[in-house]
Design a protein around this ligand. Sequence first.
Ligand code: SF4
Ligand code: SF4
Length: 281
Amino acid sequence: MNINVRRWSNEIIEIAISGVPLPLLNALRRYALAKVPTYAVDEVMVVINTSHMFDEMLAHRIAMIPLRSEEALERIKGLDIDVCYKCGSDSEDKPPSDVCEKCYVHMFLEAVAEDSEYTVYSSDIKSEDEFVKPVYGNIPIVILSPGQRISLELRARVGRGIEHIKWSPATIAVTRYVADIRISEDLCNLCKKCIEVCPKNVLTVYQNRIQVKDKYECILCKQCMYACPTKAIDVSYRDNEYILVIESSGALEPETILRESIGILLNELEIISKSIDSWKR
Ligand code: SF4
Ligand code: SF4
């Protein structure tokens, strides 16, 4: 197995991997989207809303604001999220309060437009938990006209993307093929048409030959092949090499999303393995 980290920042991680089957990478990608838990607003109690926006729309907008969950991740590890899933303020079958304490976070949103228009941003949401709060403060929620006000109580809880996309820590989780670009020196006349049409600037001329600058940048669009008058260039994909890209909503660090996906998958495989052992007895 070979791993090459191509990009790694607070927002995105991109790794080129060889020697790992594509279905396994696809499983990790899907787990990143659907299984890694984060916080999101799940209940909104509207105390006052004299804005032009319906309560439901306001609640939906607030629910989609990513909440920072990285620092709170340790305490929610091991929580039975299926219990949290069933729990609501009107639920009769509530889990024990120590579970709720870890799971729920209270927040408030109060805003008023006095004499002039006021744009309510995610930074106006005040959380009772110093670790769980909106990732970005500049997400607009509603514009209040003079005299309008909103007063909301919010309950954020732990959930997973499989329940609703608002809990997904990843905005993008994809696998890509890696290009295998072959250029025949015998057929190439250096007309450079392939370079002109390439949307990712993958090709260049070096030492009087067409060279590939970065195979990982190629998106396999084959425009170079179609433009080549002599059929000197051929683009296909490598069998055993892939790129995995995970972009974070900001709720968790990209590497945390990847690590947690691997952990959850391993845990589920372990459960299957133990079940198989128990069948033998
Ligand atoms: S397949 Fe597309 S991206 Fe790749 S080298 Fe050819 S033109 Fe460029
Ligand atoms: S378009 Fe074809 S012939 Fe022209 S430089 Fe590219 S590979 Fe060579």
